[in-house]
Design a protein around this ligand. Sequence first.
Ligand SMILES: C[C@@]1(CC(=O)O)c2cc3[nH]c(cc4nc(cc5[nH]c(cc(n2)[C@H]1CCC(=O)O)[C@@](C)(CC(=O)O)[C@@H]5CCC(=O)O)C(CC(=O)O)=C4CCC(=O)O)c(CCC(=O)O)c3CC(=O)O
Ligand SMILES: [Co+2]
Length: 254
Amino acid sequence: MTPTARPALVAVAHGSRDPGALRTVTALLERVRALRPDLDVRLGHIEIDRPLLPDTLADLRGEAVVVPLLLGRGHHVKHDIPHTLASSGRHLTARVAAPLGPHPLLAEALYGRLVEAGWDHDGPGGRGSGVVLAAAGSRDPESAVDTRRTARLLSERLGGVPVLPAYASGASPTVSEALDALAARGRRRVAIASYFTAPGRFATQSAARAPWIAAAPLGAHPAMARLVLHRYTQVLTRVPVLGDTALTSALVCV
Ligand SMILES: C[C@@]1(CC(=O)O)c2cc3[nH]c(cc4nc(cc5[nH]c(cc(n2)[C@H]1CCC(=O)O)[C@@](C)(CC(=O)O)[C@@H]5CCC(=O)O)C(CC(=O)O)=C4CCC(=O)O)c(CCC(=O)O)c3CC(=O)O
Ligand SMILES: [Co+2]
């Protein structure tokens, strides 16, 4: 790395057995590169898909900013990424950005995906409509706090339509339970918003419950590319707080 080069942006995706996941995060990173051709943008995975994060880090020298393509403060963000960085060797100084969610740009991407799926704000759904925000779920309660914030932001973006979070694993309610809760409140047309970075088992399983429309995962939505760059820039303009990997960036020297 030359002294004037900017830190590499290392995006961390979860990985999935669904081949659409790798295609989708690759397309997202192409958008990121198109917005910032000056940046060295790399990809590493938590599991399943290659390259895995340790291999991506092994190829880098100098400085990097790790941007999780993950949506909240769950196990992967709090444990997997810091552990990988801590065991990566001394060739690299890496800082970790906050997870993508919650953020208004995510609400914008979720809104865009709902509209693509056929959400019609002024249509017959009107006051009788609702949304289930389907997320992966975590045993870490802070992850659910983050998902609930996103649900509120999406509800605001939809002009006050109720948005209930639901989880594929690790937390409750399930998508079916959230659908029942909205039906019990008289919501006749309920859409599934897909709070997943990429297609995968969880996204497919959640969409399969849809009584009406199901949106696509966030994927390479333009707002996602902007958010990835926002998280990267936030790290570079912020004073790092050691030991806090939650909402602020942590300085991890490896
Ligand atoms: C800890 C746990 C939950 C728990 O606490 O129990 C958990 C947590 C989280 N997963 C997240 C994301 C994804 N997980 C998958 C896939 C799998 N996840 C599985 C397990 C577990 N995942 C539990 C560990 C149980 C254990 O091993 O002990 C697998 C192995 C099997 C299974 O589900 O049984 C199955 C893969 C194998 C298969 O295909 O079979 C995909 C890909 C996909 O869907 O295909 C995505 C990306 C979705 C996207 O694209 O966004 C996030 C969101 C992070 C964020 O965005 O914030 C969290 C929350 C967090 O980080 O805590
Ligand atoms: Co998982």
